[in-house]
Design a protein around this ligand. Structure first.
Ligand code: AMP
Ligand code: ZN
Length: 468
Protein backbone atom coordinates (compact mmCIF):
# COMPACT_ATOMS: atom_id res chain seq x y z
CA UNK A 1 0.00 0.00 0.00
CA UNK A 2 1.39 3.40 -0.98
CA UNK A 3 0.94 6.49 1.15
CA UNK A 4 2.08 9.97 0.16
CA UNK A 5 4.25 11.24 2.99
CA UNK A 6 4.54 15.03 3.36
CA UNK A 7 7.92 14.43 5.07
CA UNK A 8 9.54 12.93 1.98
CA UNK A 9 7.10 14.43 -0.52
CA UNK A 10 6.89 10.95 -2.04
CA UNK A 11 4.56 8.01 -2.11
CA UNK A 12 6.04 5.43 0.24
CA UNK A 13 5.20 1.81 0.95
CA UNK A 14 3.18 1.63 4.15
CA UNK A 15 4.99 -0.38 6.82
CA UNK A 16 3.34 -0.20 10.24
CA UNK A 17 5.35 0.37 13.41
CA UNK A 18 3.68 -2.69 14.89
CA UNK A 19 2.54 -5.50 12.64
CA UNK A 20 -1.18 -5.59 11.98
CA UNK A 21 -1.79 -2.30 13.77
CA UNK A 22 -2.25 1.29 12.68
CA UNK A 23 -1.89 4.14 15.14
CA UNK A 24 -3.40 7.25 13.70
CA UNK A 25 -3.86 10.78 15.03
CA UNK A 26 -6.00 13.33 13.21
CA UNK A 27 -6.06 16.94 14.40
CA UNK A 28 -9.64 17.82 15.18
CA UNK A 29 -11.60 21.05 15.06
CA UNK A 30 -11.58 24.01 17.39
CA UNK A 31 -15.07 23.96 18.80
CA UNK A 32 -16.58 27.44 18.88
CA UNK A 33 -19.23 27.06 16.19
CA UNK A 34 -20.83 24.52 13.88
CA UNK A 35 -18.21 22.89 11.66
CA UNK A 36 -18.13 23.96 8.03
CA UNK A 37 -17.77 21.60 5.11
CA UNK A 38 -14.06 22.49 4.81
CA UNK A 39 -13.57 21.01 8.29
CA UNK A 40 -15.59 18.02 7.13
CA UNK A 41 -13.08 17.19 4.40
CA UNK A 42 -10.34 15.79 6.71
CA UNK A 43 -13.01 14.03 8.78
CA UNK A 44 -14.39 12.19 5.75
CA UNK A 45 -11.04 11.59 4.07
CA UNK A 46 -9.24 10.15 7.09
CA UNK A 47 -12.29 8.16 8.21
CA UNK A 48 -12.10 6.54 4.76
CA UNK A 49 -8.38 5.87 5.22
CA UNK A 50 -9.22 4.23 8.53
CA UNK A 51 -11.98 2.16 6.97
CA UNK A 52 -9.66 0.91 4.23
CA UNK A 53 -7.05 -0.18 6.78
CA UNK A 54 -9.81 -1.99 8.67
CA UNK A 55 -10.98 -3.64 5.44
CA UNK A 56 -7.39 -4.87 5.01
CA UNK A 57 -7.56 -6.43 8.47
CA UNK A 58 -5.55 -3.87 10.44
CA UNK A 59 -6.50 -3.04 13.98
CA UNK A 60 -6.76 0.76 13.84
CA UNK A 61 -6.39 2.93 16.90
CA UNK A 62 -7.80 6.26 15.71
CA UNK A 63 -7.43 9.30 17.93
CA UNK A 64 -8.85 12.70 17.09
CA UNK A 65 -8.98 15.59 19.52
CA UNK A 66 -11.27 18.51 20.08
CA UNK A 67 -9.43 21.77 20.70
CA UNK A 68 -11.58 23.11 23.51
CA UNK A 69 -9.43 25.96 24.81
CA UNK A 70 -8.61 28.72 22.36
CA UNK A 71 -8.92 32.48 21.83
CA UNK A 72 -11.89 32.02 19.51
CA UNK A 73 -13.80 29.96 22.07
CA UNK A 74 -13.08 32.52 24.77
CA UNK A 75 -14.26 35.34 22.49
CA UNK A 76 -17.49 33.53 21.71
CA UNK A 77 -18.08 32.81 25.42
CA UNK A 78 -17.59 36.49 26.26
CA UNK A 79 -20.00 37.52 23.52
CA UNK A 80 -22.65 35.18 24.91
CA UNK A 81 -21.88 36.02 28.53
CA UNK A 82 -21.04 32.42 29.36
CA UNK A 83 -17.96 30.25 29.89
CA UNK A 84 -15.66 28.59 27.32
CA UNK A 85 -16.65 25.28 28.80
CA UNK A 86 -20.32 25.80 27.92
CA UNK A 87 -19.43 26.85 24.35
CA UNK A 88 -17.02 23.99 23.68
CA UNK A 89 -19.30 21.32 25.19
CA UNK A 90 -22.20 22.58 23.08
CA UNK A 91 -20.25 22.51 19.81
CA UNK A 92 -18.59 19.17 20.53
CA UNK A 93 -22.08 17.68 20.76
CA UNK A 94 -23.15 19.42 17.55
CA UNK A 95 -19.97 18.26 15.79
CA UNK A 96 -20.64 14.68 16.85
CA UNK A 97 -24.13 14.91 15.35
CA UNK A 98 -22.67 16.14 12.04
CA UNK A 99 -20.09 13.34 12.10
CA UNK A 100 -22.82 10.77 12.60
CA UNK A 101 -24.77 12.27 9.70
CA UNK A 102 -21.71 11.96 7.45
CA UNK A 103 -21.19 8.39 8.69
CA UNK A 104 -17.79 9.30 10.17
CA UNK A 105 -17.05 6.67 12.78
CA UNK A 106 -16.41 7.93 16.29
CA UNK A 107 -12.67 7.85 17.03
CA UNK A 108 -11.34 5.18 19.36
CA UNK A 109 -10.72 8.19 21.60
CA UNK A 110 -11.69 11.86 21.28
CA UNK A 111 -9.47 13.57 23.86
CA UNK A 112 -10.20 17.09 25.05
CA UNK A 113 -7.28 19.45 25.50
CA UNK A 114 -8.68 20.77 28.80
CA UNK A 115 -8.64 17.27 30.29
CA UNK A 116 -4.97 16.68 29.49
CA UNK A 117 -3.33 19.70 31.11
CA UNK A 118 -1.22 17.63 33.55
CA UNK A 119 0.42 15.78 30.67
CA UNK A 120 1.16 19.08 28.96
CA UNK A 121 2.80 20.53 32.06
CA UNK A 122 4.87 17.37 32.34
CA UNK A 123 6.09 17.53 28.73
CA UNK A 124 6.85 21.24 28.97
CA UNK A 125 8.85 20.65 32.16
CA UNK A 126 10.84 17.90 30.43
CA UNK A 127 11.60 20.24 27.52
CA UNK A 128 12.80 22.91 29.99
CA UNK A 129 14.93 20.37 31.89
CA UNK A 130 16.55 19.23 28.65
CA UNK A 131 17.27 22.76 27.44
CA UNK A 132 14.66 22.75 24.67
CA UNK A 133 12.47 25.34 26.36
CA UNK A 134 12.75 28.35 28.67
CA UNK A 135 10.50 30.53 30.74
CA UNK A 136 10.27 34.34 30.56
CA UNK A 137 7.83 36.23 32.82
CA UNK A 138 5.49 33.25 33.08
CA UNK A 139 5.50 32.40 29.36
CA UNK A 140 7.32 29.25 28.27
CA UNK A 141 8.87 29.18 24.79
CA UNK A 142 10.28 26.37 22.70
CA UNK A 143 13.90 27.02 21.69
CA UNK A 144 13.40 26.27 18.00
CA UNK A 145 17.05 26.31 16.89
CA UNK A 146 17.92 23.66 19.50
CA UNK A 147 15.89 21.15 17.46
CA UNK A 148 18.23 20.53 14.57
CA UNK A 149 15.67 19.06 12.21
CA UNK A 150 13.23 21.96 12.47
CA UNK A 151 11.66 22.58 9.07
CA UNK A 152 11.88 18.98 7.86
CA UNK A 153 8.13 18.58 7.38
CA UNK A 154 7.32 21.90 5.73
CA UNK A 155 10.68 21.92 3.91
CA UNK A 156 11.37 25.38 5.20
CA UNK A 157 14.75 26.86 5.83
CA UNK A 158 15.33 28.40 9.26
CA UNK A 159 17.04 31.51 7.91
CA UNK A 160 14.19 32.25 5.50
CA UNK A 161 11.78 31.80 8.37
CA UNK A 162 13.86 34.09 10.54
CA UNK A 163 13.79 36.99 8.10
CA UNK A 164 10.01 36.61 7.70
CA UNK A 165 9.55 36.13 11.44
CA UNK A 166 11.12 39.39 12.60
CA UNK A 167 8.45 41.55 11.08
CA UNK A 168 5.77 39.19 12.37
CA UNK A 169 6.75 39.45 16.04
CA UNK A 170 3.65 39.79 18.17
CA UNK A 171 3.81 42.48 20.83
CA UNK A 172 4.67 41.00 24.17
CA UNK A 173 6.76 38.32 22.52
CA UNK A 174 9.81 40.57 22.11
CA UNK A 175 11.20 38.92 25.23
CA UNK A 176 11.84 35.75 23.20
CA UNK A 177 15.45 34.68 22.76
CA UNK A 178 14.80 34.19 19.06
CA UNK A 179 11.93 35.21 16.82
CA UNK A 180 11.57 31.56 15.72
CA UNK A 181 10.67 30.41 19.24
CA UNK A 182 7.05 29.53 19.84
CA UNK A 183 4.80 29.42 22.89
CA UNK A 184 4.28 26.29 24.99
CA UNK A 185 2.53 27.93 27.96
CA UNK A 186 1.07 31.41 28.38
CA UNK A 187 -0.13 33.41 31.39
CA UNK A 188 -3.84 33.97 31.84
CA UNK A 189 -5.47 37.22 30.92
CA UNK A 190 -8.49 38.68 32.70
CA UNK A 191 -11.59 36.52 32.18
CA UNK A 192 -9.75 33.57 30.61
CA UNK A 193 -9.80 29.95 31.77
CA UNK A 194 -6.55 29.05 33.51
CA UNK A 195 -4.75 26.17 35.17
CA UNK A 196 -2.03 26.18 37.83
CA UNK A 197 1.48 25.45 36.60
CA UNK A 198 5.06 25.82 37.90
CA UNK A 199 5.39 28.98 35.74
CA UNK A 200 2.11 30.84 36.24
CA UNK A 201 -1.65 30.38 36.17
CA UNK A 202 -2.28 30.07 32.48
CA UNK A 203 -3.03 27.79 29.57
CA UNK A 204 -1.15 25.70 27.03
CA UNK A 205 -0.21 26.70 23.50
CA UNK A 206 -2.09 24.86 20.76
CA UNK A 207 0.79 22.77 19.43
CA UNK A 208 1.75 21.12 22.73
CA UNK A 209 -1.81 19.83 23.12
CA UNK A 210 -1.59 17.46 20.17
CA UNK A 211 1.94 16.25 21.03
CA UNK A 212 0.70 15.26 24.48
CA UNK A 213 -2.64 13.73 23.50
CA UNK A 214 -1.03 11.69 20.74
CA UNK A 215 1.62 10.35 23.15
CA UNK A 216 -0.88 9.53 25.86
CA UNK A 217 -3.31 7.60 23.67
CA UNK A 218 -1.03 6.16 20.98
CA UNK A 219 2.48 6.09 22.42
CA UNK A 220 5.72 7.85 21.51
CA UNK A 221 5.82 6.64 17.94
CA UNK A 222 2.78 6.49 15.69
CA UNK A 223 2.12 5.48 12.09
CA UNK A 224 0.10 8.35 10.70
CA UNK A 225 -0.48 11.93 11.77
CA UNK A 226 -2.97 13.80 9.65
CA UNK A 227 -4.91 16.98 9.05
CA UNK A 228 -5.59 19.67 6.48
CA UNK A 229 -2.62 21.10 4.57
CA UNK A 230 -2.80 24.39 6.48
CA UNK A 231 -1.60 22.45 9.52
CA UNK A 232 1.77 21.50 7.97
CA UNK A 233 3.26 24.77 9.15
CA UNK A 234 3.52 25.76 11.88
CA UNK A 235 1.27 23.30 13.75
CA UNK A 236 2.70 19.97 12.66
CA UNK A 237 6.25 21.26 12.30
CA UNK A 238 6.05 22.41 15.93
CA UNK A 239 4.46 19.17 17.07
CA UNK A 240 7.41 17.27 15.58
CA UNK A 241 9.91 19.56 17.31
CA UNK A 242 8.22 19.17 20.72
CA UNK A 243 7.57 15.43 20.52
CA UNK A 244 10.90 14.40 19.07
CA UNK A 245 12.84 16.67 21.47
CA UNK A 246 10.92 15.28 24.46
CA UNK A 247 10.74 11.60 23.46
CA UNK A 248 14.02 11.20 21.58
CA UNK A 249 12.43 9.25 18.75
CA UNK A 250 10.70 9.81 15.44
CA UNK A 251 7.18 11.01 16.21
CA UNK A 252 5.14 9.82 13.21
CA UNK A 253 6.30 7.73 10.26
CA UNK A 254 3.81 9.16 7.79
CA UNK A 255 2.29 12.65 7.62
CA UNK A 256 -0.84 12.94 5.52
CA UNK A 257 -2.50 16.21 4.51
CA UNK A 258 -5.68 16.84 2.62
CA UNK A 259 -5.94 19.74 0.18
CA UNK A 260 -8.48 22.47 0.71
CA UNK A 261 -12.12 22.49 0.01
CA UNK A 262 -12.56 25.73 -1.92
CA UNK A 263 -15.42 27.89 -2.93
CA UNK A 264 -14.92 30.05 -6.02
CA UNK A 265 -11.37 28.71 -5.92
CA UNK A 266 -10.64 30.20 -2.48
CA UNK A 267 -10.20 28.21 0.70
CA UNK A 268 -13.45 27.88 2.58
CA UNK A 269 -12.87 29.33 6.03
CA UNK A 270 -14.65 30.91 8.94
CA UNK A 271 -12.46 33.99 8.80
CA UNK A 272 -13.23 34.70 5.12
CA UNK A 273 -16.92 34.13 5.81
CA UNK A 274 -17.29 32.07 2.60
CA UNK A 275 -18.47 28.90 4.26
CA UNK A 276 -21.42 26.55 4.51
CA UNK A 277 -21.85 24.60 7.68
CA UNK A 278 -22.46 20.87 7.49
CA UNK A 279 -25.78 21.59 9.18
CA UNK A 280 -26.82 23.99 6.41
CA UNK A 281 -25.93 21.44 3.74
CA UNK A 282 -27.95 18.79 5.62
CA UNK A 283 -31.08 20.89 5.13
CA UNK A 284 -30.70 20.58 1.36
CA UNK A 285 -29.08 17.19 0.91
CA UNK A 286 -28.67 13.88 2.61
CA UNK A 287 -25.16 14.13 4.11
CA UNK A 288 -24.28 10.96 2.23
CA UNK A 289 -24.27 13.16 -0.86
CA UNK A 290 -21.70 15.43 0.79
CA UNK A 291 -19.57 12.41 1.63
CA UNK A 292 -19.83 11.14 -1.94
CA UNK A 293 -18.86 14.59 -3.24
CA UNK A 294 -15.75 14.69 -1.00
CA UNK A 295 -14.63 11.25 -2.18
CA UNK A 296 -15.14 12.06 -5.84
CA UNK A 297 -11.75 13.81 -5.81
CA UNK A 298 -8.35 12.62 -4.62
CA UNK A 299 -7.72 13.94 -1.13
CA UNK A 300 -4.56 15.79 -2.19
CA UNK A 301 -6.34 17.70 -4.97
CA UNK A 302 -8.15 20.93 -4.23
CA UNK A 303 -11.89 20.50 -4.51
CA UNK A 304 -14.20 23.31 -5.49
CA UNK A 305 -17.65 23.26 -3.93
CA UNK A 306 -20.53 23.98 -6.29
CA UNK A 307 -24.23 23.24 -6.60
CA UNK A 308 -23.55 21.46 -9.91
CA UNK A 309 -21.04 19.08 -8.36
CA UNK A 310 -23.42 18.38 -5.50
CA UNK A 311 -26.18 17.56 -7.99
CA UNK A 312 -23.81 15.29 -9.89
CA UNK A 313 -22.88 13.57 -6.61
CA UNK A 314 -26.54 13.16 -5.73
CA UNK A 315 -27.16 11.47 -9.07
CA UNK A 316 -24.06 9.28 -8.76
CA UNK A 317 -25.04 8.08 -5.32
CA UNK A 318 -28.61 7.53 -6.45
CA UNK A 319 -27.37 5.20 -9.19
CA UNK A 320 -25.79 2.93 -6.60
CA UNK A 321 -28.75 3.15 -4.21
CA UNK A 322 -31.16 2.25 -7.03
CA UNK A 323 -29.07 -0.72 -8.13
CA UNK A 324 -29.01 -2.02 -4.56
CA UNK A 325 -32.77 -1.56 -4.14
CA UNK A 326 -33.32 -3.36 -7.42
CA UNK A 327 -31.16 -6.31 -6.35
CA UNK A 328 -33.06 -6.48 -3.08
CA UNK A 329 -36.35 -6.49 -4.91
CA UNK A 330 -35.23 -9.22 -7.32
CA UNK A 331 -33.82 -11.29 -4.47
CA UNK A 332 -37.13 -11.06 -2.60
CA UNK A 333 -38.96 -12.47 -5.60
CA UNK A 334 -36.33 -15.06 -6.63
CA UNK A 335 -37.59 -18.60 -7.05
CA UNK A 336 -34.21 -20.40 -7.15
CA UNK A 337 -32.09 -20.51 -3.98
CA UNK A 338 -28.53 -21.42 -4.91
CA UNK A 339 -26.14 -20.26 -7.62
CA UNK A 340 -25.86 -22.24 -10.82
CA UNK A 341 -22.43 -23.00 -12.33
CA UNK A 342 -23.08 -20.27 -14.88
CA UNK A 343 -23.83 -17.76 -12.16
CA UNK A 344 -20.71 -18.78 -10.27
CA UNK A 345 -18.69 -17.95 -13.38
CA UNK A 346 -20.56 -14.66 -13.77
CA UNK A 347 -19.86 -13.77 -10.15
CA UNK A 348 -16.16 -14.57 -10.60
CA UNK A 349 -16.04 -11.68 -13.06
CA UNK A 350 -16.69 -9.20 -10.26
CA UNK A 351 -13.17 -9.93 -8.97
CA UNK A 352 -11.96 -7.55 -11.63
CA UNK A 353 -13.88 -4.65 -10.09
CA UNK A 354 -12.73 -5.52 -6.59
CA UNK A 355 -9.15 -5.60 -7.86
CA UNK A 356 -9.65 -2.20 -9.48
CA UNK A 357 -11.13 -0.81 -6.28
CA UNK A 358 -8.26 -2.11 -4.15
CA UNK A 359 -5.58 -0.96 -6.61
CA UNK A 360 -7.05 2.56 -6.47
CA UNK A 361 -7.15 2.59 -2.67
CA UNK A 362 -3.64 1.11 -2.43
CA UNK A 363 -2.39 3.98 -4.55
CA UNK A 364 -2.50 6.63 -1.85
CA UNK A 365 -6.24 6.26 -1.32
CA UNK A 366 -7.43 7.29 -4.74
CA UNK A 367 -11.10 7.34 -3.84
CA UNK A 368 -12.04 8.93 -7.17
CA UNK A 369 -10.86 5.82 -9.02
CA UNK A 370 -12.28 3.55 -6.32
CA UNK A 371 -15.70 5.11 -6.93
CA UNK A 372 -15.27 4.40 -10.67
CA UNK A 373 -14.70 0.72 -9.88
CA UNK A 374 -17.89 0.70 -7.81
CA UNK A 375 -19.75 2.19 -10.78
CA UNK A 376 -18.38 -0.55 -13.03
CA UNK A 377 -19.61 -3.14 -10.56
CA UNK A 378 -23.02 -1.46 -10.41
CA UNK A 379 -23.23 -1.43 -14.19
CA UNK A 380 -22.32 -5.10 -14.25
CA UNK A 381 -25.02 -5.86 -11.68
CA UNK A 382 -27.59 -3.85 -13.61
CA UNK A 383 -26.85 -5.66 -16.83
CA UNK A 384 -26.49 -9.23 -15.52
CA UNK A 385 -29.10 -9.45 -12.76
CA UNK A 386 -32.66 -10.37 -13.59
CA UNK A 387 -35.71 -12.15 -12.19
CA UNK A 388 -34.32 -15.39 -13.58
CA UNK A 389 -31.32 -15.33 -11.21
CA UNK A 390 -30.95 -17.29 -8.02
CA UNK A 391 -31.32 -15.58 -4.67
CA UNK A 392 -27.71 -16.48 -3.82
CA UNK A 393 -26.37 -14.74 -6.94
CA UNK A 394 -28.42 -11.59 -6.36
CA UNK A 395 -27.54 -11.46 -2.67
CA UNK A 396 -23.85 -11.93 -3.44
CA UNK A 397 -23.85 -8.99 -5.85
CA UNK A 398 -25.72 -6.90 -3.32
CA UNK A 399 -23.35 -7.83 -0.49
CA UNK A 400 -20.33 -6.98 -2.62
CA UNK A 401 -21.61 -3.52 -3.50
CA UNK A 402 -22.43 -2.89 0.14
CA UNK A 403 -19.00 -4.14 1.24
CA UNK A 404 -17.09 -1.80 -1.09
CA UNK A 405 -19.28 1.24 -0.50
CA UNK A 406 -18.97 0.64 3.24
CA UNK A 407 -15.19 1.07 2.90
CA UNK A 408 -16.00 4.51 1.51
CA UNK A 409 -18.46 5.03 4.38
CA UNK A 410 -21.38 5.35 1.99
CA UNK A 411 -24.73 3.98 3.08
CA UNK A 412 -26.42 2.59 -0.02
CA UNK A 413 -29.05 0.36 1.54
CA UNK A 414 -32.07 2.55 2.03
CA UNK A 415 -34.18 1.80 5.03
CA UNK A 416 -37.67 1.47 3.71
CA UNK A 417 -39.54 4.43 5.08
CA UNK A 418 -42.82 3.74 6.73
CA UNK A 419 -45.71 5.80 5.47
CA UNK A 420 -47.97 7.49 7.99
CA UNK A 421 -50.88 5.24 7.00
CA UNK A 422 -48.79 2.10 7.59
CA UNK A 423 -47.87 3.39 11.02
CA UNK A 424 -51.52 4.08 11.85
CA UNK A 425 -52.43 0.56 10.74
CA UNK A 426 -49.76 -0.97 12.99
CA UNK A 427 -50.95 1.15 15.90
CA UNK A 428 -54.51 -0.10 15.37
CA UNK A 429 -53.26 -3.68 15.25
CA UNK A 430 -51.35 -3.08 18.47
CA UNK A 431 -54.44 -1.69 20.21
CA UNK A 432 -56.41 -4.73 19.10
CA UNK A 433 -53.66 -7.05 20.35
CA UNK A 434 -53.68 -5.32 23.73
CA UNK A 435 -57.45 -5.63 24.00
CA UNK A 436 -57.11 -9.33 23.30
CA UNK A 437 -54.39 -9.44 25.99
CA UNK A 438 -51.85 -10.51 23.36
CA UNK A 439 -49.12 -8.39 24.94
CA UNK A 440 -46.38 -10.23 23.11
CA UNK A 441 -47.70 -9.06 19.74
CA UNK A 442 -48.29 -5.55 21.10
CA UNK A 443 -44.66 -5.36 22.23
CA UNK A 444 -43.47 -6.76 18.93
CA UNK A 445 -45.23 -3.98 17.06
CA UNK A 446 -43.82 -1.33 19.37
CA UNK A 447 -40.28 -2.68 18.81
CA UNK A 448 -40.74 -3.05 15.10
CA UNK A 449 -41.71 0.61 14.88
CA UNK A 450 -38.88 1.64 17.16
CA UNK A 451 -36.37 -0.06 14.89
CA UNK A 452 -37.68 2.08 12.08
CA UNK A 453 -37.30 5.22 14.16
CA UNK A 454 -40.92 5.60 15.27
CA UNK A 455 -41.64 6.17 18.93
CA UNK A 456 -45.10 5.41 20.36
CA UNK A 457 -46.48 7.35 23.26
CA UNK A 458 -49.54 6.28 25.17
CA UNK A 459 -51.40 9.45 26.08
CA UNK A 460 -54.82 10.22 27.51
CA UNK A 461 -56.04 11.04 24.02
CA UNK A 462 -54.84 7.70 22.72
CA UNK A 463 -51.64 6.50 21.13
CA UNK A 464 -49.49 9.15 19.49
CA UNK A 465 -46.37 8.58 17.39
CA UNK A 466 -43.32 10.65 16.52
CA UNK A 467 -40.03 10.18 14.71
CA UNK A 468 -37.02 9.49 16.94
P1 AMP B 1 -9.67 24.17 12.53
O1 AMP B 1 -10.92 24.06 13.32
O2 AMP B 1 -9.55 25.46 11.75
O3 AMP B 1 -8.44 23.88 13.36
O4 AMP B 1 -9.72 23.03 11.39
C1 AMP B 1 -9.95 21.69 11.65
C2 AMP B 1 -9.47 20.87 10.49
O5 AMP B 1 -10.13 21.28 9.27
C3 AMP B 1 -7.97 21.02 10.18
O6 AMP B 1 -7.45 19.75 9.81
C4 AMP B 1 -7.94 21.96 9.02
O7 AMP B 1 -6.78 21.79 8.24
C5 AMP B 1 -9.17 21.54 8.26
N1 AMP B 1 -9.70 22.56 7.34
C6 AMP B 1 -10.12 23.81 7.66
N2 AMP B 1 -10.58 24.46 6.56
C7 AMP B 1 -10.45 23.60 5.51
C8 AMP B 1 -10.77 23.67 4.12
N3 AMP B 1 -11.32 24.74 3.57
N4 AMP B 1 -10.50 22.58 3.37
C9 AMP B 1 -9.98 21.47 3.90
N5 AMP B 1 -9.65 21.33 5.19
C10 AMP B 1 -9.88 22.39 6.01
ZN1 ZN C 1 -3.01 19.06 16.12
Amino acid sequence: MKVFNTLSRKKEEFIPVEEGKVKMYVCGPTVYNFIHIGNARPMIVFDTVRRYFEYKGYDVNYVSNFTDVDDKIIKKANEEGTTSDVISKRFIEECKKDMAGMNVKPATKHPLATEEIDGMIEMIQKLIDDGYAYEKNGTVYFRTRRFKEYGKLSHKNLDDLQSGGRSLLVTGEDEKEDSLDFVLWKPKKEGEPAWKSPWCDGRPGWHIECSVMSKKYLGEQIDIHAGGEDLVFPHHENEIAQSEAANGKEFSKYWMHNAFLNIDNRKMSKSLGNFFTVREISEQYDLQVLRFFMLSAHYRSPLNFSADLMEASKNGLERIVTAVANLKHLSGAATVETMTEEEKAAFEKTNEFVAGFEAAMEDDFNTADAVSSVFELVKYANTTASAANSKEYLDSLLALIVKLTDVLGLIVEKEEELLAEDIEKLIEERQAARKAKNFQRADEIRNELLEKGIILEDTREGVKWRKA
